[in-house]
Design a protein around this ligand. Structure first.
Ligand code: NAP
Length: 486
């Protein structure tokens, strides 16, 4: 149903306006969706507010049963959803299947939380007194998501929010609205009551802004660009609203002189060019120790030049299109910047042919750590080889950007691997694997400009989507004073 979903009903925008969803591999319009504004957001938030009391009182195991059913539906429709995702977003089928699988994993994981939602029980310092802390829902949650993981990222927000007893208003990215609809259709079919999950399509500037700023929204869970995240944080500060931000990255693969270079090249190709480089964890820097640079570059170049650009539905395609023309222009502009800065363009650097938004996988060599292409998030199939002399310098260069999401290091030296894990200051570290590969039951997120200290995934997600409530039960029958009756 290509509409908004408010209070259990599929509806158009009140204004009647629509916007198109476009297949990035062909440039053709595949659907029209409601172009919502503040009035639609108001209706959705009001529905979520009305549904909150009943949903928070629904026993968590019952909420879990509904999520379990949603997980089953996702699993049954995995192939169909993956194809729809490739059509709407462009990445190759193997990756869209992975995206749906991540949503399945998260949904089952959070369904299980329905029988756990662990609190804390600790002894009291006083006699005849019990103390425990439990998790309460926060209220109405705004889930605002990007287009690069159109099912996985919404699931990272919606499933923990729902299992904890919150109600949700979900605004998917304007580039992937159909996958937003598919997710909500499944939740509706699984039995999520009216008003508990609501869906509002529309632009970030209008619908997203109205949602993030709505006074009845208690928590904004946002994944997207650092620029938009900063605006949301500033707006929310006035209302002392809780805001969880998962933002950009400038991730690196460190290749030491003792590394298995073939293994490293496997990791680099996957991490730099998978999802056409449009991942928050994409490896856009290769920080290589000088003795390894020449052989690594040769092997990487040979592999990259064999990559086939094309429609992600074609099984022979390795790299799909970028999401839209604006993204392609931005990537091309960075290639221009890299050339002007004096980096050596080894391969790529041009838009692909055809009607879609293709861009050639691109490698720069002799990149200085301070160059803009080594500092700013490009979010496209562009990676930069930065030569260094030692592990210490590699780590220093790695840590010296405005972002702090993911780092990988290739080495066989266990001492160096452990020193790297100690000194690398990103939220994710991989040893002998690329910068991509997070699993849903562990904390996910980053330092510095990648976020504001929260983590999604695993138990950490519950800290975002719940308030702690500590209860003290005094059964002594007399006044007891903590810290005073010692
Ligand atoms: P974006 O432009 O910031 O958009 C993300 C979402 O926010 C979209 O739904 C967008 O709506 C909405 N939005 C934009 N401005 C807003 C505002 N002022 N108020 C409220 N909502 C607003 O980011 P993107 O281009 O979709 O995604 C790419 C970025 O996401 C990259 O920087 C990437 O690193 C980051 N990302 C981070 C993670 C992570 O976990 N750290 C994961 C994936 C992606 P529209 O679609 O209508 O613009």
């Amino acid at each position: 149903m290509n509409k908004n979903y408010i209070d259990g009903k599929w509806v158009d925008a009140l204004s009647g306006q629509t916007f198109p969803s476009i297949n990035p591999a062909t440039g053709s319009v595949i659907a029209e969706l409601p172009k919502s504004d503040a009035a639609d957001v108001d209706r959705a938030v009001a529905a979520a507010e009305r549904a909150f009391d009943s949903w928070r009182k629904t026993p968590a195991p019952k909420r879990g049963e509904i999520l379990f059913k949603a997980g089953q539906l996702l699993l049954e429709r995995k192939e169909q959803l993956a194809r729809k995702m490739t059509e709407e977003m462009g990445k190759v089928l193997a990756e869209t299947r992975g995206d749906v699988q991540e949503a399945i994993d998260m949904t089952y994981y959070m369904a299980g939380e329905g029988r756990r939602l662990l609190g804390e029980v600790r002894p009291s310092e006083l006699q005849d007194k019990a103390c425990f802390a439990m998790r309460d829902p926060v209220g109405v949650v705004a889930a605002i998501t990007p287009w690069n993981f159109p099912m996985a990222i919404p699931s990272w927000k919606i499933m923990p929010a729902l299992i904890a007893g919150n109600t949700v208003v979900f605004k998917p990215a304007s580039d992937t609205p159909l996958l937003g609809c598919a997710m909500v259709e499944i939740l509706e079919e699984a039995g999520v009551p009216a008003g508990v999950i609501n869906l509002v399509h529309g632009s970030g500037d209008v619908a997203g802004h109205a949602l993030a700023n709505h006074p009845k929204v208690s928590l904004v869970s946002f994944t997207g660009s650092t620029a938009a995240g900063r605006n949301i944080a500033v707006d929310a500060a006035g209302a002392l609203k809780r805001v969880s931000l998962e933002l950009g990255g400038k991730n690196a693969i460190l290749v030491l002189e003792d590394a298995d270079l073939d293994l490293a090249v496997d990791g680099i190709v996957w991490s730099a060019f998978g999802t056409t480089g449009q991942r928050c964890t994409a490896a856009s820097r290769i920080i290589a120790q000088r003795p390894a640079v020449e052989a690594l570059t040769e092997k990487l170049l040979a592999r990259t030049e064999k990559l086939r650009l094309g429609n992600g539905l074609d099984p022979s395609t390795d790299v799909g299109p970028l999401i839209n023309q604006a993204r392609r222009e931005s990537v091309h502009e960075y290639v221009h910047v890299g050339r002007q800065e004096g980096a050596q363009l080894l391969t790529g650097g041009e838009p692909g042919s055809g009607a879609g938004f293709f861009y050639e996988p691109t490698i720069f060599a002799n990149v200085g750590p301070e160059m803009r292409i080594a500092q700013e998030e490009i979010f496209g199939p562009v990676t930069a080889i930065i030569p260094v002399t030692s592990l210490e310098q590699a780590v220093q260069v790695n840590n010296h950007t405005a972002y702090g999401l993911s780092t990988s290091i290739y080495t066989h030296d266990v001492q160096k691997a452990f020193r790297a894990m100690r000194d690398i200051s990103t939220g994710l570290v991989y040893i002998n694997a690329g910068t991509i590969g997070a699993e849903i039951h562990f904390p996910f997120g980053g330092t510095r400009g990648t976020g504001n200290g929260h983590r999604e995934g695993g138990d950490a997600a519950l800290d975002v989507f719940t308030e702690w409530k500590t209860c003290y039960v005094d059964y002594s029958g007399r006044l007891q004073k903590a810290q005073i009756d010692v």
